[in-house]
Design a protein around this ligand. Structure first.
Ligand code: MEV
Length: 316
């Protein structure tokens, strides 16, 4: 690509507490991380993604974004430091960045709220159901809490869909070190979200687990605002057990969580599970990395509090 293009990028995220139950309107807490998805776009003839065509099956988010906007002529080049299917918000970052770029190209409103809503609608359509936690975190950056107890965050927007509603807030988060352990197993979010929905619809016990994750998450948000890492870690580990009962963990994730606990305040799967990644909250990141690597995972230390989406014109 050369000439005048639009370059946009958005961060991945890690969910500290509350994945899956947030789909049913419960609280969740996520942090933007220093791994980004980047895209360059410019007008072209037909749709070209990194020099090739796109398919709805392989590129469901791009296909959905372009179809919803009747865009049939665009060149897109992408680069990502967020492995896809890793539970670290690769599709939300892609949606935030591409929507940000397209809005700028068309001279539309580029405010965070409009962008977060469109990215959420995209995710909802692709997954068949979704909460706004991933997309709002990619758009806004920093720390994002959904449906948090009053006084803990500053509300930034409100989204309702399918009988659920979510107040999305910016939440200040003290400096904390997280290690990510990637299992190397790609897991699509949609089927896991549907699995939990079916379980909840067929079993009263599943609803109780979802309510309990909501309680653990609310307590965790208070622990974050009190900078209480001991309590936060304990709640993360408890959340992992509850998510395992819901059926979204797997042997590889449990192995990495177990291996991390010796050197961590707590550890849990992050994102939709079924593979993907786990996170550990720790003051001994090197030791946790070693323990994860010894059990076959791919460890990396993340910096949290990354800035949200940005899009600008560039001359190449
Ligand atoms: C995936 O990162 C988080 C889930 O809660 C799905 C969602 O909130 O849309 C599993």
């Amino acid at each position: 690509m050369n000439g005048r293009i639009i370059r946009a990028s958005a961060p991945g995220k890690l969910i500290v507490l509350g994945e899956h139950s947030v789909v049913f309107g419960k609280p969740a807490l996520a942090l933007a991380i220093d791994r980004r998805f980047r895209c360059d776009i410019c007008p072209g003839s037909g749709i070209l993604l990194n020099g090739a065509g796109i398919s709805p099956r392989l590129h469901p988010h791009i296909d959905t974004i372009l179809r919803r906007r009747n865009i049939s002529d665009l060149r897109i080049e992408t680069e990502s430091r967020i492995p896809s299917g890793s539970g670290l918000g690769s599709s939300a970052a892609l949606s935030a960045a591409l929507i940000g770029a397209v809005r700028l190209m068309r001279g539309e409103a580029c405010g965070e709220e409009a962008l977060a809503l469109e990215a959420f609608e995209t995710e909802y359509e692709v997954q068949g159901r979704a909460s706004p936690i991933d997309t709002s975190t990619s758009v806004h950056g920093g720390g994002v809490a959904v449906n948090c107890p009053e006084g803990l965050g500053t509300p930034i927007w409100h989204i309702s869909k399918g009988g659920n509603s979510w107040t999305v807030s910016d939440i200040p988060v003290p400096e904390m070190t997280f290690v990510v352990g990637y299992t190397g197993i790609k897991a699509a979010t949609g089927p896991l979200v549907q699995k939990v929905r079916k379980y909840k619809e067929s079993n009263r016990f599943a609803s109780d687990i979802i309510d309990e994750i909501g309680e653990v998450t609310r307590d965790g948000m208070r622990a974050v605002s009190n900078d209480d890492k001991d309590l936060l870690g304990e709640l993360m580990t408890r959340d992992h057990k509850l998510l395992s009962i819901l059926g979204v963990s797997c042997r590889e994730l449990n192995k990495l969580v177990d291996a991390s606990l010796e050197y961590s305040y707590g550890a849990k799967l992050t994102g939709s599970g079924g593979g993907g990644s786990m996170i550990a909250l720790t003051d001994e990141p090197e030791k946790v990395c070693k323990a994860i690597a010894l059990r076959g995972g791919e460890p990396f230390i993340v910096r949290t509090g990354a800035p949200g989406v940005c899009a600008e014109f560039c001359e190449l």
